[in-house]
Write a protein that binds this ligand. Structure first.
Ligand code: ARG
Length: 579
């Protein structure tokens, strides 16, 4: 919210109640706009006033509230009216000041609007490591990896926008038995040529085939175990082949991430932490945390009673490491290398227990910073398929989104002739995937439906892009000047006021998103902004209006457009200029 307005109201409250201004600032919130009626602009809850000793808890609340309201009325030029609502005090703000201050703020520093708000000042800031995407080499890139990729990217963008130093890490599944299988069978089933041509597909094919063989062929299983053992013992030949698989896969992935607008500072992986994994086992042993079962497996007892009612296996009987061992090792290595203040892992919810156990083991090892490790889980996507069938590769999803979008654009009458239609269609298609994915709670499962995802009307990424492109076209048509100089009396129609009231909420939406690490607040905020912008665009003509009116309206649209674009970028969407 415009600092000025929040401050002005807080300072009145402060003056009347004799309590410091700062007390009120975080409790003043913007009232969500409603289509049906014009509401007040700000409100403060009575419970927060009681909590802070402004209203007495033991006296008649109603009469105290009424008294406060009487005192607030007419107390300042900013506050136009004060009234009581259900459990709250409502404020109507002077609309000239609202327009002037809010749009002034945005015009002066579009990038800083919202993210620099004082209500965000108390969020801890520091170095955040976000680990996301993390596909498994040679295995399927399923919808879960796509979700991890876009959700992790959103969290990293949001953290960065709020002033944290962000380290983006991709933790590849580049170690483990799948390489045993692949390595043992590649000579027989694979081809170097195909590997160069189409690496991800080829590795996957070989992997699928050898896994099938392994199901009924003990010999194949033994060969795989032997190859993995060689890898863990750093056999040169084995490592050479592994390295080739890994490098080729990473190169391919980089190309695809680029299409998605996603990047990483580090491509790490399970393979990176082998030395540390050994040290972890030693440390567990010295600390008396490692128990050996009858089968020879090494486990850590995680039960409160010490009765092994819950435990985690950390080393196989043949001495090889497990997924969780490598995760403990990776966490320790990262802490040493990056000295992060917090670390966020993004995976599907089937791994909740895994991360609970991981953080538990770290705490048993006296790593207090485990309390600042967070797992952000998400639900399953059902039915994501392409014309070629079930999704196996990330590339297929992006291609499908692009192709369907090209088709839709060619059908639509409003579509422009674009020189870069493919790229634009791809960017819109990707935004549609993102918005569809971010609309609900991350933890919920959802059913994927291409038709719904790509609708031009309705609450989709296509609609966000369409609104953005229309606003940009309007602004370009009128010279694209950043209008800081405007007369707010020309922004008093309902359509303008609704946008202003809505923009007032942007910082609260960012705060909520940051506290919960959930994108839906921001997505829904932007969708509403687009609905309001499109009504305003219809009602408030720029062309044909007098210079002053046109100028004020352009300012409103330009501010709306930049908040929209900033919000989209945080979500991981590249706003398009034309469509
Ligand atoms: N590669 C894993 C998978 O596909 C995800 C890795 C998640 N990150 C982690 N630190 N364990 O299931």
């Amino acid at each position: 919210m415009a600092c000025f307005i929040r401050r002005a109201v807080s300072s009145q409250l402060s003056r009347i109640c004799g309590v410091k201004e700062e007390v009120f600032i975080p409790h003043l919130s913007a009232v969500p706009v409603s289509k049906k009626q014009f509401g007040p602009d700000l409100r403060i809850s009575l419970s927060s006033l009681i909590q802070n000793g402004v209203l007495p808890a033991d006296q008649d609340l109603q009469s105290q509230t009424d008294l406060l309201i009487r005192q607030l009325k007419g107390s300042s030029t900013v506050i136009e009216d004060v009234s009581s609502g259900r459990g709250v005090i409502n404020f109507r703000i002077n609309k000239l000041l609202l327009a002037e201050e809010l749009l002034g703020d945005i015009c002066r520093e579009p990038e800083g609007f919202g993210v620099k708000s004082e209500i965000l000042q108390n969020l801890p800031r520091g170095r955040t490591l976000v680990e996301y995407s993390s596909p498994n080499i040679a295995k399927k890139f399923h919808a879960g990896h796509l979700r991890s990729t876009i959700i992790g990217n959103f969290i990293a963008n949001l953290k960065a926008a709020l002033g944290n130093e962000v380290i983006r890490v991709n933790y590849l599944g580049d170690w483990g038995m799948q390489f045993g299988l692949l390595g043992a069978a590649f000579q027989r089933l694979g081809s170097q040529e195909k590997l160069k041509e189409n690496p991800l597909q080829h590795l996957f094919q070989v992997y699928v085939q050898v896994s099938r063989e392994a199901e009924h062929d003990e010999g194949v299983r033994l060969a795989a175990a032997e190859f993995f053992r060689r890898l863990e013992h750093h056999d040169e030949q084995a490592l050479l082949l592994w390295k080739q698989f890994r490098e080729i896969s990473v190169q391919e992935y980089k190309k695809i991430y680029q299409r998605l607008g996603v990047s990483f500072d580090h491509y790490s992986g399970e393979s990176f932490h082998q030395n540390k994994a050994q040290q972890v086992l030693n440390e567990l042993k010295t600390r008396g945390l490692l128990k050996i079962t009858q089968k020879g497996t090494g486990v850590v007892d995680l039960s409160t009673e010490g009765d092994m009612s819950s435990y985690s296996s950390v080393v196989r009987s043949d001495g090889t490491s497990l997924y969780i061992t490598r995760d403990v090792a990776a966490a320790l290595d990262r802490k040493e290398e990056f000295d992060f203040d917090e670390m966020i892992y993004v995976t599907d919810k089937s791994q909740c227990l895994h991360f609970q156990q991981l953080f538990h083991i770290l705490r048993l090892m006296d790593r207090q910073w485990a309390d600042r490790c967070i797992h952000v889980p998400f639900g399953l996507v059902k039915g994501m398929s392409t014309r070629r069938g079930e999704v196996v590769f990330l590339e297929d999803v992006i291609d499908e989104a692009r192709n369907r979008m090209i088709h839709n654009m060619n059908q639509s009458k409003t579509s422009k002739e674009l020189s870069d239609q493919e790229l634009t269609a791809e960017q819109i298609g990707i935004s549609a995937l993102i918005v569809q994915d971010f609309k609900g709670r991350l933890i919920s499962d959802y059913k994927f439906d291409w038709e719904r995802v790509l609708q031009a009307q309705g609450d989709t990424g296509v609609f966000l892009q369409y609104t953005h492109a229309r606003l940009r076209s309007l602004l370009r048509m009128h010279g694209d000047a950043n209008q800081t100089d405007f007369d707010p009396s020309h922004l008093q129609e309902d359509q303008s006021i609704l946008i202003l009231q809505h923009l007032l909420r942007y910082d609260e939406v960012l705060l909520q998103s940051a506290l919960e690490l959930q994108p839906r607040y921001l997505v829904n905020f932007l969708l509403t902004l687009c609905h309001l912008a499109s009504s305003a665009h219809k009602a408030l003509q720029v062309k044909g209006s007098s210079t002053h009116v046109a100028q004020a309206r352009l300012c409103l649209f330009s501010c709306t457009c930049s908040v929209l674009a900033n919000g989209m970028k945080i979500l991981g969407i590249t706003p398009v200029e034309r469509m």
